[in-house]
Ligand binder design. Structure first.
Ligand SMILES: Nc1ncnc2c1ncn2[C@@H]1O[C@H](COP(=O)(O)OP(=O)(O)OP(=O)(O)O)[C@@H](O)[C@H]1O
Ligand SMILES: [Mg+2]
Length: 464
């Protein structure tokens, strides 16, 4: 709101005046409320008059319902002597159809291919992520009950429920999108829904190179590493691109190998022929039947896999994964939630401790050192881009500490005028020890590739 200064009777007085922007916003909000109220009224009317078959793909029924909605909108407008533009009328009809056949106010966001994530923080705050940037939308629910109704639409076909006694649920939409739901009292400001949309057309290696996530030399190293059965851990924070990178790395596994994937919610999309996809299962309504990632990893070992790909290690399965990597299932891949390679090791150690097996720290570190060869650290930057910030080799142990050496690092030089990150991926000059292993599998990466081009990278050459 702007403040204007007026002279009244010679006395200067400062009082608020509404600028144009404020009044336009108010008008828009009023209009939106008017349309929302009308949609609600139409919905109430239509629902009483139709019986929906359970087959949501029934196009004839959908057309009949659509006609009924149009007719009801026209009737209400006529009876209440109101007039709406064609565009607004269409908006009302669409929103009623979205309530009946979709997920209410978030339907169009879910159908928008440029949206990658939809976040509902209570009824009035709906955010989306597009091109890595999070923005607030104009969409809203009427109230908490409306959000709960849509939540019910999402989870009841899956035989799940959410209520005060079980206030959080992980689920998937029929198109594969990953959904997390958390409701009061855990979520203080109303029911919250987070949907990571399933990408029908996942990013390829070429996409990631063109986004600047990594450069072509790093891609060659990663491809050769996966083919050469180097064990890789992808580490990164929430939404930093771990799963996307894991998907690309898994794509490097030769076609004639048997791959078993284990995930909480099946997100990976491997193109190879010989893939077994396993998905963990939460407990049912009676609290029974839970199958954990760990159960699946253990089972995987009886399935004669050449490679095991675990979507994310979060708990005791870390120990089973390390043991698998150490016992002939090398070339396995997984991700972990951590902000630096060093941090990922600490987390891994904690996870192994959660396995229930009482192992001294040193023994765990030895397991880690002999199991994992390479850590690929990813991060989401302020401009929404995702980049590999480090490719780090696990070298061995010095006393009780695991030694790491960076092979590539991202050096950020600043920002451009639009807030975009400027920087470069550079080799540190260190030639990885596992080159020999890679060579044995037929890929030859000349040591000269790792020659550092920039003296300022020297500081990261140290082992740490
Ligand atoms: N290299 C990339 N460049 C641009 N966008 C990316 C990149 N990698 C992933 N994304 C986008 O970022 C979002 C998160 O990606 P992804 O699911 O891979 O992250 P994650 O680290 O596995 O997240 P979570 O911690 O929630 O499991 C997705 O919308 C995806 O399309
Ligand atoms: Mg993920």
């Amino acid at each position: 709101m702007a403040f204007g200064t007026f002279g009244v009777n010679g006395i200067k007085k400062t009082e608020p005046i509404k600028d144009e922007k404020d009044s336009t916003m108010e008008l828009l909000a009023k209009k939106k409320k008017e349309l929302d109220d009308l949609s609600f009224e139409v919905l109430g009317n239509v629902i009483d008059q139709i019986t929906l078959s359970t087959d949501s793909s029934d196009m004839i029924q959908k057309r009949t319902v659509q006609d009924k909605v149009n007719e009801t909108v026209n009737n209400i407008l006529f009876e209440t002597k109101r007039h709406l533009s064609l565009g607004d009328k269409q908006r009302v009809c669409n929103s009623v159809m979205d309530e009946i056949y979709g997920y209410g106010p978030i339907t169009t966001l879910l159908n928008d291919p440029t949206v990658t994530e939809v976040m509902v923080n209570g009824p009035k705050n709906i955010f989306v992520e597009r091109g890595g940037k999070i923005t607030k939308t104009e969409h809203s629910f009427r109230d908490d009950r409306h959000v709960m109704h849509i939540i019910d639409k999402i989870i009841s076909p899956l035989g799940r429920r959410v209520d005060e006694s079980s206030p959080l649920v992980d689920a998937r939409l029929p198109d594969g999108s990953r959904v997390n739901i958390i409701i009061p009292p855990l979520s203080i400001k109303g029911p919250s829904i987070t949907i990571r949309k399933f990408s029908v057309d996942p990013y390829t290696l070429e996409d990631l190179i063109s986004f600047g996530t990594l450069n072509a030399d790093m891609a060659k190293l990663l491809r050769a590493s996966v083919r050469g059965r180097v064990n890789v851990l992808v580490s990164g924070g929430t939404g930093s691109g771990k799963t996307t990178l894991l998907n690309v790395l898994s794509g490097f596994i030769p076609n004639d190998e048997r791959i078993v994937t284990v995930e909480d919610a099946a997100e990976l999309q491997l193109q190879q022929e010989h893939v077994v996809t396993l998905e963990a299962r939460p407990a049912n309504i009676e609290g029974k039947g839970r199958i954990t990632i760990r159960d699946l990893v253990v089972n995987t070992l009886r399935m004669r896999p050449d490679r095991i790909v675990v979507g994310e290690v979060r708990s005791g399965e870390a120990l089973d994964m390390l043991q698998a990597m150490n016992t002939g299932h090398d070339g396995s891949l997984t991700t972990i939630h951590a902000n630096t390679p060093r941090d990922s090791l600490a987390r891994l150690e904690t996870m192994v401790m959660m396995s229930g097996m009482e192992l001294p720290s040193r023994a765990i570190r030895e397991q880690v050192t002999s199991a994992i060869n390479l850590i690929v650290q990813v991060a989401r930057f302020t401009d929404g881009t995702r980049k590999i910030t480090k490719i780090t080799e696990i070298v061995g142990m010095e006393s009780d500490t695991i030694t790491l050496q960076d092979i590539y690092v991202f050096r950020q030089d600043g920002f451009n005028e639009r807030g975009g990150v400027i920087g470069k991926h550079i080799p540190t000059g260190i030639v990885p020890n596992f080159l020999e292993k890679i060579k044995a599998h037929g890929d030859n990466i000349p040591a000269s590739v790792f020659k550092t081009v920039d003296l300022s990278a020297e500081s990261s050459q140290r082992r740490y």
